[in-house]
Design a protein around this ligand. Structure first.
Ligand SMILES: [Zn+2]
Length: 85
């Protein structure tokens, strides 16, 4: 994740009004985790699926307690096919 990507993500979070304090400890400072996440959607709880459909996302971490908040890139308008239209 480069600085331009990080800046775009932070700007989108601001536009979406993501500015409440940490739901666990009340701290108001977060850091953007340096990378993307892609949780896989499984149609069963048994086994472990590698590949398949997923939800590309980013994560912020509370700087006090480490609580992680996950945001879908699609909802932020940051999926590659959304950016290139
Ligand atoms: Zn916290």
């Amino acid at each position: 994740m480069n600085k331009l990507e990080k800046d775009d993500i932070i700007q989108k979070l601001i536009e979406k009004g993501v500015n409440s304090p940490c739901p666990r400890c009340g701290n108001d400072a977060f850091t953007l985790v340096d990378g993307y996440f892609n949780q896989t959607i499984q149609d069963s709880v048994s086994g472990f699926l590698v590949g398949g459909t997923g939800i590309p996302s980013i994560v912020t971490a509370c700087t006090n307690c480490g609580f992680l908040s996950q945001y879908a890139l699609g909802a932020l308008g940051l999926l590659p096919d959304q950016l290139w239209k």
